[in-house]
Design a protein around this ligand. Sequence first.
Ligand SMILES: Cc1cc2nc3c(=O)[nH]c(=O)nc-3n(C[C@H](O)[C@H](O)[C@H](O)COP(=O)(O)O)c2cc1C
Length: 220
Amino acid sequence: MAHRGGNFDDDDVMTAEPFANPARSLDEQLTETWDQLARAVLDGKHEWHLPVVSTIGLDGRPEARSVVLRAVDPAARILTFNSDRRSRKQGELEANEFMAWTFYERRDRVQLRISGPTTVHVDDEIADKAWLDTALSSRRCYMAPHAPSSRLESWNPNLPDGLLTSSPKQAASEAGRAQFMTVRTRIDRLERLELHHDGHLRACWRWDDQGLIDRSWMAP
Ligand SMILES: Cc1cc2nc3c(=O)[nH]c(=O)nc-3n(C[C@H](O)[C@H](O)[C@H](O)COP(=O)(O)O)c2cc1C
């Protein structure tokens, strides 16, 4: 790839549309961020629909994986994804409650880096509600006979018998509830980086339990 100069040596970045100066305010950018996240929950084609979430592994190594963004609550500053309660994430979050979320959207070239204390819900009302919202096609994953990350002697799709290419019926799908958890991050840090060939925008916001405690532009 040819070097074009600038901070980010990426053809895609360098063809980005210029933004209209002056840059949008921090308030405008934050509002836009919540709106885009809300759209990404509903739109499976939106690239923010599939963020990467990171934990610290029990061996001290970072662990990052793709998940589906299931809900965003701007007022409470909560992001949600669903998972199998047998997965490693639960133990990792018990040992270290902080989770980082990374999003990138190619069209507008916006990266979000979000983090905060994170709770795992298995048997409470929050988990019940999330389970009710779960499609039958997704419930199949929670009916997997082997715990995620189990060592397998040979290839195994880890799906229930007879459901390799179909979804379970409603009644049968309830078997998945016992393996289901929903994971919620209460955002206390959010950083937005927007790439433009005539000047990137980078800014961050921080909150505590009382609300916003800091917001600032950052050097891109
Ligand atoms: C497109 C895509 C979407 C995924 N969505 C989820 C999800 O919503 N929840 C989840 O637990 N794993 C999801 N996974 C699988 C995870 O990336 C990961 O492989 C799995 O959760 C095991 O991770 P762990 O060993 O760190 O627990 C998804 C993977 C891909 C490729």
